[in-house]
Design a protein around this ligand. Structure first.
Ligand code: AMP
Length: 464
């Protein structure tokens, strides 16, 4: 807040609509309680009995955040958000996916929410007694508000819905860097291009840093590591010259003070809770300095996503390929709202399968099968030269396949992950899937299948 305050005045004059969730605790085999960091925080006395701070007033009462049932929690938080709609100055969730999920929830449940507001009676679906008790104190019959909600939602036009329902929203407080970048178009659509602030860079293992210039474009976001949050060390990362790390040849670790502008590093942390030189798996690039503290652009998580032959495609490359192909969808007013991938090695040769969920804004002018075939090729053209070489010269990879899935499929995927213990706050769509039940779910929702109609460009001279 001290940083946001420098850029957005008056945040003490209203409320924040944040969709925040906890998840059920589990136990490790040795009996230790295991839970994600935000669940620990929301359940702590520090959060529950926090002193009143006019800059941090949430529309969601603690009881709604602390409800372990994700439907009831979301329903009651959305209901409060609607009731306080004119006081809302910012909307958010931890990651962009959480806010997108909340808006989808509104699309499905607005009739029931409006009925509750009209009658002043909370839906029977909410059975959690502490949620019922706290909502009953604030829910009063408000036919005007109910009419407003119905008018805004009944036509199924979701463009600008955030600013229509919460007209005083100044910005969206969500992380849209890294894997979350693909939610930018849908958030822009829902919010009429409100600024999106990525305020922090953190993990369950350690808090890393914050964004000192939160109003910049997502592509320019840099995080300044706070050196007091842990001990930060760095392994130089050069994609063209990867370091081999083994017990006999430990990597050379650099301190925060030794980093150079423009270079990429892998983050290694030692934490107060006992992790010693833990490799987070994130690759960061130094973009500048705040006094002498380096400021980092989040580049990607290190793991390779897809590999059929000698090719190695990471999350960043897959994202760029999806973006490249999405260009072809623009004239059909269509965007890719969600995607994931799968290295299908059941076919010979194996090939990349990409599942797409589309938002077709004008169904009478959606992309044709031919255009979607071309999208497969456009993805291949954007992939790296090793991939294209394997396709063209080695024939060791088959034509890329796009499977279009029904709307709502990725929502189901998330529900499935949550039912298996994933945290709703920290859930990220897996960019690559291989787990059979997930594959079965995705495949059962496929509406059309498309293949690259020809081989992408590749020449032996240009190797990089
Ligand atoms: P978790 O283990 O669920 O706490 O997730 C932590 C990971 O989420 C980090 O190591 C990053 O890979 C990713 N992450 C967290 N904050 C950001 C951010 N601001 N931008 C991009 N990725 C992030």
């Amino acid at each position: 807040m001290p940083v946001m305050n420098l850029y957005v005045p008056g945040l003490d004059k209203g409320k924040g609509l944040y969709f925040l969730f906890i998840k059920a605790e589990t136990k490790t085999p040795s009996g230790l309680v295991a839970r994600p960091v935000l669940t620990s925080y929301y359940k702590s006395q520090q959060f529950k009995t926090r002193p009143y701070d006019p800059y941090n007033v949430y529309t969601s009462p603690n009881e709604t955040i602390l409800c372990v049932d994700s439907f009831q929690s979301m329903y009651s938080q959305m209901l409060c958000g609607l009731m306080y709609r004119e006081e809302v100055l910012r909307c958010g969730a931890v990651f962009a996916s959480g806010l997108v999920r909340a808006i989808k929830f509104l699309q499905v449940n607005w009739e029931e929410l409006a009925l509750d507001i009209e009658t002043g009676n909370l839906s029977d679906k909410i059975t959690d007694s502490s949620v019922r008790e706290c909502i009953s104190k604030i829910l009063k019959p408000d036919p005007d508000l109910a009419r407003f909600v119905r008018e805004e939602c009944c036509e199924g036009n979701w463009e600008g819905i955030i600013t229509r329902i919460w007209p005083n929203t100044k910005y969206l407080d969500v992380i849209v860097t890294g894997a979350m970048a693909q939610y930018i178009p849908i958030l822009d659509y829902y919010s009429g291009n409100l600024p999106k602030t990525c305020t922090m860079y953190a993990s369950s293992e350690c808090y890393f840093g914050l964004n000192l210039t939160p109003m910049v474009k997502p592509s320019e976001v840099c995080y300044t590591i706070m050196p007091n949050m842990g001990y930060f060390e760095f392994i130089p990362h050069d994609p063209s010259n990867p370091v081999t790390i083994s017990r006999d040849s430990p990597p050379k670790l650099l301190d925060l003070a030794d980093l150079e502008l423009g270079k990429e590093y892998e983050l290694v942390i030692s934490t107060y809770s006992g992790l010693c030189r833990y490799r987070v798996g994130d690759i960061l690039q130094v973009k500048g300095f705040h006094n002498s503290a380096p400021q980092f652009k989040f580049i990607r998580r290190k793991n390779v996503l897809l590999s059929i032959d000698a090719d190695k495609t990471d999350e960043n490359e897959l994202q760029s390929a999806v973006e490249n192909a999405s260009e072809l969808l623009k004239k059909f007013n269509t965007t890719v709202v969600e995607y994931t991938s799968y290295g299908d090695t059941k076919t010979i040769p194996g090939h990349y399968v990409i599942y797409w969920e589309l938002l077709v804004k004008d169904p009478s002018n959606g992309p044709t099968a031919d255009v979607l075939d071309q999208c497969c090729l456009a993805m291949e053209e954007a992939l790296n030269s090793v991939y294209r070489q394997s396709r063209v010269a080695d024939n060791s990879i088959g034509p890329l396949e796009i499977r279009i899935v029904q709307n709502g499929t990725f929502e189901e995927l998330m529900d499935y992950a949550i039912s298996r213990g994933a945290s709703i706050n920290q859930y990220k769509v897996p960019r690559c899937v291989s787990f059979t039940p997930i594959m079965e779910l995705l495949d059962s929702r496929v509406v059309s299948v498309h293949f690259s109609p020809s081989a992408p460009h590749w020449t032996s001279e240009r190797r990089f």
